[in-house]
Write a protein that binds this ligand. Structure first.
Ligand code: GDP
Ligand code: IMO
Ligand code: MG
Length: 416
């Protein structure tokens, strides 16, 4: 029986998970998403051509790999269908869990209305409806993908839901859909998605029993996890390794090698604490060199330095076996590269993530920079100062950096 390899984000998302999932998909039979929704944006570049994936697993660009979207996901049929249109060969290689929750347009409207009402306390969500869809799931009033197979019954259920929540919908200025329109919409979804909806838990067990090579694709990052991130400035799902079990119906013993994805610096999109954020020229330079603008919303990402304290937290929470260090090339040409090695809270130095990360001031250590790592495919060919930076990070976080990425291209990946 095979164990599943796991890819998980270790920072605030956008670490470069898509690139590594795509790279590893070449040697895996199945790629499976276990959490999040189309708030995610995973970019893959192959021979100069760029693909942006949101919910379809990043194995899809590999003709051989089959793709599973697990029960832990919230799926917007409308957006998923648009995403599917990029590919014409999905029959028999895309499986959607009948237990995944359906995200409908009103979830997005509620998300946006709630953000507006929060004013300067807004989370800075992607506005895609993720929080309201997971909220419905946990409140046990959500709709599962399996229900799409019976559009009449689901229409009645959704209309009853609108009736029960009419005060809330009115406050949010969300109109009740007309029955005929809703039915037609759901029938349209069924026509495209129906053939892909299966019991993916049984499928997971079957392919493990058949000894298939399985890769689990995380979305978002550890610091956006609903429990282990910077609450309430987080997303609404379990983004960490343990989410893969609940989100696919597998058990902890089914998990094999855990690869954590981390940038050689740090970014965050949306609001919330980010101790090593650089508000000056260096932050700007990172944003420009790293093209740090969101794949999903196009928002500029906040940029700063590698945070070794938050990284140790992430390594432990996820049980990381190796780190894949991304975007080393973005630091090319910096005279000095900084790393946050500890925090100061109330005049005391600490080496862990405190209850309120907002209260933490970073303590930095500087490392000498280097000229160029871009496109390097061999560890020995990296400049000595870049190698020393990587080794220092490894020591600080107690984990090997087994993969190093030096450009968006699939091929520019060092495996050690
Ligand atoms: P994900 O959400 O974790 O999959 O990451 P995103 O795709 O949102 O953001 C990562 C961005 O960095 C994408 O535009 C990638 O093409 C790009 N990228 C990935 N690895 C590297 C790298 O090593 N160097 C550079 N310069 N860009 C990279
Ligand atoms: P990938 O998979 C970066 C952030 C949003 C916001 C917070 C809550 O590409 O790494 P939500 O819409 O989920 O309710 O927003 O989470 N966020 C991400 N940031 N990468 C992502 O995904 C994200 N998905 C959500 O910006 O701060
Ligand atoms: Mg992304």
């Amino acid at each position: 029986m095979s164990k599943a390899d796991l890819i998980v984000g270790l920072q605030w998302g956008d670490e470069g998970k898509g690139k590594i999932v795509d790279h590893m998909a070449q040697t895996h039979d199945y790629v499976c998403r276990f959490a999040g929704g189309h708030n995610a944006g995973h970019t893959i570049v192959i021979n100069g051509k760029k693909y942006a994936l949101h919910l379809i697993p990043s194995g899809v660009l590999n003709a051989k790999a089959k793709n599973i979207v697990g029960n832990g996901v919230v799926l917007s049929p409308k957006d998923f269908i648009i995403e599917m249109e990029q590919f014409d060969d999905l029959k028999g290689r895309l499986f959607l869990s009948d237990k995944a929750h359906v995200l409908l347009p009103y979830h997005a409207l509620i998300d946006q209305a709630k953000e507006r009402m929060k004013g300067d306390k807004a989370i800075g969500t992607t506005g895609k409806g993720i929080g309201p869809a997971y909220g419905d799931k946990i409140a046990r009033v959500g709709h599962r993908l399996g229900e799409l197979l019976n559009p009449e019954k689901l229409t009645a259920k959704i209309l009853a839901y609108f009736e029960q929540n009419k005060a809330i919908f009115a406050a949010m200025e969300v109109e009740t859909p007309k029955e005929a329109d809703l039915l037609a919409e759901l029938e349209g979804y069924k026509a495209v998605l129906g053939a892909h909806i299966v019991d993916t838990t049984q499928l997971m067990w079957k392919i493990m029993d058949e000894d298939k090579k399985i890769l689990l694709e995380g979305a978002q990052g550890t610091m956006l996890d609903i429990d282990h991130g910077t609450y309430p400035y987080v997303t609404s799902s379990t983004t960490v390794a343990s989410g893969a079990c609940a989100g696919l119906g597998i058990n902890p013993k089914d998990i094999g090698k855990v690869t954590g994805i981390a940038k050689a610096y740090c970014t965050r999109v949306g609001n919330g604490p980010f101790p090593s954020e650089d508000f000056g020229d260096e932050g700007d330079r990172l944003r420009k060199a790293g093209h740090e603008f969101g794949t999903t919303t196009g928002r500029p990402r906040r940029c700063g330095w590698f945070d070794a304290v938050a990284m140790r937290h992430a390594v432990r929470v996820n049980g990381v076996d190796q780190v894949s260090l991304m975007k080393l090339d973005v630091l090319d040409g910096f005279k000095e590269v900084k790393v946050c090695v500890a925090y100061e809270v109330d005049g005391k130095e600490i080496d862990y993530v405190p209850y309120e990360l907002e209260d933490a001031t970073p303590i930095y250590k500087s490392f000498p920079g280097w000229d160029k790592t871009e496109g390097v495919q061999d560890f020995d060919k990296l400049p000595d100062t870049a190698k020393s930076y990587i080794k220092a990070l490894e020591e600080m976080i107690g984990t090997k950096m087994g993969i190093i990425s030096t450009s968006p291209e699939r091929a520019d990946t060092i495996i050690r």
